[in-house]
Design a protein around this ligand. Structure first.
Ligand SMILES: Nc1ncnc2c1ncn2[C@@H]1O[C@H](COP(=O)(O)OP(=O)(O)OP(=O)(O)O)[C@@H](O)[C@H]1O
Length: 320
């Protein structure tokens, strides 16, 4: 069985700026693949090339078994793209937007209406279907946008940052819809800046940084790339902090924040052991938190960038 997407040696520059520097990737049919990277890493450029909207400088690309250079039309017929910029016309109702899209696929009048109603139902837009799209919330617009992408029944869908700017509730709704799509046999190529999103959804993840894939694998494989977890102990008194440093010699100390990071795998056994040592030394710990490696750690390890900015955005839901 051939892969849904196969890319070898993909390169792209804008002027003298090298944006994609020899990318290789394979996306299996019926899976969610996530291309993860910070702002400006080249994610949108990759999606634009794979979806025929832009051309590569070099590289071999097969989408749905078709060589993209030889037959871009066949590729276009197999894919759907939902980008950061919506195809939704705000002056038309949701239903009219869907019917217009169905007309572009020459579905015929009654089939177009039937398909529009089916998609309104599926994306929880039945009530909103008769209202102008400009009155929709951000989450509703994204759902309509995705519904419009599905009118042509694509086998492969490119979702470019589908939840950027959505509040946490709408983001979770979108995740459910993406999972449902894949359960129906569709392949999803998802770009995101949110580690949590890739962790939740993706079967495989590739991390793009400065035009190169710096890591790839399942979320679990990526997490294994970084050293094990730790327990973070925070103290209020510098004297107590110094004593703790002596009692726990393997800890990494930050004397400014009075924090010790003690290597620990987070198991009950090793936590009990650590608590016993804290007790034996009669240490007054102000705060104790257990930290197991997550994709944030991987991201930091492979790109050298902190994701605190993205993490903050992913919880408050504001736009990037
Ligand atoms: N048409 C263009 N002309 C010139 N430079 C471009 C063009 N499109 C993108 N770039 C540059 O290429 C780099 C990668 O951009 P791209 O939009 O692919 O990144 P991204 O990972 O999708 O970022 P974001 O998360 O901000 O969307 C950026 O430095 C950008 O300024």
């Amino acid at each position: 069985m051939s892969a849904a997407i196969e890319v070898r040696g993909l390169r792209k520059s804008y002027g003298d700026k090298l944006v994609l520097d020899g990318i290789d990737l394979t996306v299996a049919k019926g899976t969610i693949f996530s291309l993860l990277g910070p702002n400006g890493a080249g994610k949108t450029t990759a999606v634009q090339i794979l979806s025929t909207l832009s051309t590569a400088d070099a590289g071999e690309i097969r989408v749905d078994g078709t060589d993209l250079h030889q037959d871009p039309e066949a590729v276009r017929a197999a894919i759907g793209v939902t980008g950061q910029f919506s195809a939704v016309d705000g002056l038309m109702t949701g239903r009219e937007n869907l019917i217009l899209m169905a007309d572009l696929y020459h579905l015929g009048r009654s089939e177009a209406r039937r398909r529009a109603d089916e998609l309104l139902e599926r994306f929880d837009l039945v009530e909103a279907g008769g209202k102008m799209a400009m009155t929709y919330s951000g989450g509703m617009k994204r759902r309509l946008d995705l519904a419009m992408t599905l009118v042509g029944r694509p086998r492969i869908i490119f979702l470019d940052e589908p939840t950027t700017g959505l509040d946490p509730r709408s983001r979770h709704d979108m995740w459910t819809m993406i999972r449902d799509l894949v359960a129906g046999g569709v392949t999803v190529f998802l770009t995101t800046q949110y580690l949590e999103e890739a962790d939740e959804l993706a079967d495989r993840i590739a991390v793009l940084d400065h035009g190169r894939l710096v890591a790839h694998g399942t979320a679990a494989e990526l997490k294994r790339l970084v050293p094990g977890g730790h327990v973070r102990l925070r103290f209020t008194s510098p004297a107590e902090f110094a004593l703790a440093g002596q009692a726990l010699p393997t800890a990494v100390a930050n004397s400014e924040s009075l924090v010790l990071q003690v290597p620990n795998d987070g198991s009950v056994h090793s936590l009990r052991d650590l608590l016993a040592r804290i007790d034996d030394a009669s240490l007054e710990v102000d705060e104790l938190t257990v930290h197991t490696p997550d994709l944030d750690d991987v991201f930091f390890a492979v790109t050298g960038q902190s994701t605190q900015h993205e993490a903050a955005l992913s919880t408050d839901g504001t736009t990037k």
